[in-house]
Design a protein around this ligand. Structure first.
Ligand code: ADP
Ligand code: ZN
Length: 519
């Protein structure tokens, strides 16, 4: 059997060797056993089910949540000479019936189906009447509520196991922490499946996260100094920001193009095509971009806004360096990111349980952004992997970040939030601390509070760094209306003097301290 698998790998896919654990997954499925595959993006999940589907008799049924992704996969397969097709709601009438007939005639090796279509009684009846080689459930984390991309249509996929108990199933995903893995296995009835987990480490990607100052200028300097003429992806949270950033980069001589769901289909396709075909294009995009984009030589991924979870960060940065050559995952992040995300979560209408999950995921991401030790160790640890030594290829390893005793500054900051009534945002609080007579300060008589001007020793950006860390570490919370800050219970010990606080010394703060010294 495996001999046949190697032959197929070479003749159909053009590869001479399997990547671990592709061979084991293939062997399992060929032997008729279920499998659960956890492999990072770009690891090579597709071959795990495509190849056994070609060898086993019958048609392989692939369940995939994204229509665009499905069509890309099918065209790629057809180019290899594999007889593949897809069934989904965007197809013209008659198309799906045609596919059903082709399968009956044995004229197809692989059919991609959207989950909502698969679970229709008519589809299930049709499947019962044909020969099936295997079921592959792609993006299996969509079945997990704990995951970051839950889709209710996926819940019904447990029916496969009930209706077709003898046909091997394989569930595949790139993003699953330990909890999500358990949930996938339970919901899909994969308790007896062999589990294959391949390394999540992407040693060629250098992780760097710095304090956000003038984000666009920082980005431009990064591109010009380290990646001129390289292909890259810049992620922004909003469509407006994508447009303005792409335009600005273009004016500065960077070959940048926008990509987001608000552009016309033609423009989106055209920009994506150019990114794939031409050299050195920088795509500025919302997270809508990237699913299923397979470009091996993306040299950098830059984030101008903080992702909502480590999974999202890992997946987005993972689009860099698929060819294994040195690449950079670069991010700037600041007080406003933390406040915006916390605010969004506080105001979301999701269930309490869901909010709590999101909150914990965001906190893990903030933790990764704030740590002063090796980022890769923390990142891999999140996915349940242990990296024994610091990696030597992240900012914290390359230039060990310093800390400073921020106890006194933190106490001043917290007192000021308290004295002004826990009703104001960071900008105003910092003005009070620094003793600035703004209109708002005089309107609320805050120049008469005891905390007015007690923070003149630190600059604006130093205070922003302090507040960012206080919010990120949960000393302060953010109200969703206007981002007002208020104290958490955690503050007590710090305010009472029974706890001290080490803060990260941000690069900008360091530079400023040096400048003050020189002056
Ligand atoms: P995933 O679905 O895990 O993100 P893909 O299946 O799209 O990954 O594969 C990622 C890339 O790796 C593709 O370009 C694919 O052709 C390539 N690839 C997969 N398996 C092998 C292999 N055994 N040898 C060489 N290249 C491979
Ligand atoms: Zn490191």
């Amino acid at each position: 059997m495996m001999q046949e698998a190697y032959k197929c790998l070479e003749t159909v896919f053009g590869y001479t060797e399997f990547r671990s654990p592709q061979d084991e997954v293939v062997e399992s499925l060929l032997a008729g056993r279920d499998a659960f595959v956890l492999m990072p993006t770009g690891g090579g999940k597709s071959i795990c089910y495509q190849l056994p589907a070609l060898i086993r008799p019958g048609v392989g049924i692939v369940i995939s949540p994204l229509i665009a992704l499905m069509q890309d996969q099918v065209s790629a397969l057809c180019e290899l000479g594999v007889r593949a097709a897809c069934m989904n709601s965007s197809m013209p009438p008659g198309h799906n019936a045609e596919i059903e007939n082709m399968v009956r005639r044995g004229a197809l090796d692989l059919v991609y189906i959207a989950p909502e279509r698969l679970t229709l009684p008519a589809t299930l009846d049709w499947l019962s009447s044909v020969s099936i080689s295997l079921f592959a459930i792609d993006e299996a984390h969509c079945v997990a509520q704990w995951g970051h991309d839950f889709r209710s249509e996926y819940l019904q996929l447990s029916i496969l196991h009930e209706r077709f108990p003898t046909i091997p199933r394989v569930a595949l995903t790139a993003t699953a922490d330990a909890k999500t893995q358990e949930e996938i296995i339970a919901r899909l009835g994969l308790e007896r499946a062999s589990v294959y987990i391949s390394g999540f480490d992407r040693p060629n990607i250098q992780y760097r996260i710095t304090q956000k100052l003038k984000a666009k200028n920082q980005l431009l300097a990064f591109i010009q100094q380290e990646h001129p003429n390289d292909a890259g992806v810049v992620y922004c949270m909003s469509r407006n920001k994508v447009d303005s950033t792409a335009r600005w980069l273009h004016e500065q001589g960077v070959n940048a193009l926008p990509y987001h769901a608000g552009l016309s289909k033609e423009e989106r396709q055209q920009n994506q095509e150019r990114f794939l075909r031409e050299d050195g294009i920088v795509i500025v995009a919302t997270i809508a971009f990237g699913m299923g984009i397979d470009k091996p030589d993306v040299r950098f991924v830059a984030h101008l806004d903080l992702p909502k979870s480590i999974e999202a960060y890992y997946q987005e940065t993972g689009r860099a360096g698929r060819d294994g050559l040195p690449s950079t995952a670069w991010m700037v992040y600041g007080l406003e990111d933390v406040i915006k995300l916390k605010q969004m979560m506080a105001g979301s209408e999701a269930s309490e349980q869901f909010k709590q999950i999101e909150q914990r995921k965001l906190d893990a991401m903030l933790g990764l952004a704030e740590i002063t030790s090796c980022r890769r160790q923390t990142l891999l640890n999140y996915f349940g992997e242990v990296l024994k030594e610091p990696c030597g290829n992240c900012d914290n390893c390359l230039t060990p970040s310093q800390t400073w005793d921020g106890t006194d500054a933190a106490r001043k900051a917290l007192s000021c939030v308290y004295r002004t009534g826990q009703r104001f945002g960071a900008v105003h609080i910092i003005n009070v601390l620094r003793g600035k007579m703004t209109d708002k300060v005089s309107q609320f008589n805050h120049h008469q509070t005891s905390t007015f001007g007690i923070g003149e020793d630190l600059s604006d950006s130093q205070w922003r760094s302090v507040f960012r860390q206080l919010v990120a570490r949960g000393y302060l919370s953010v109200n969703f209306d206007h981002g007002q800050l208020f104290l958490n219970d955690r503050c007590r010990r710090l305010l009472r003097g029974s706890e001290t606080l080490e803060l990260r010394l941000d690069v900008a703060v360091k530079a400023e301290k040096n400048r003050t010294k020189r002056e």
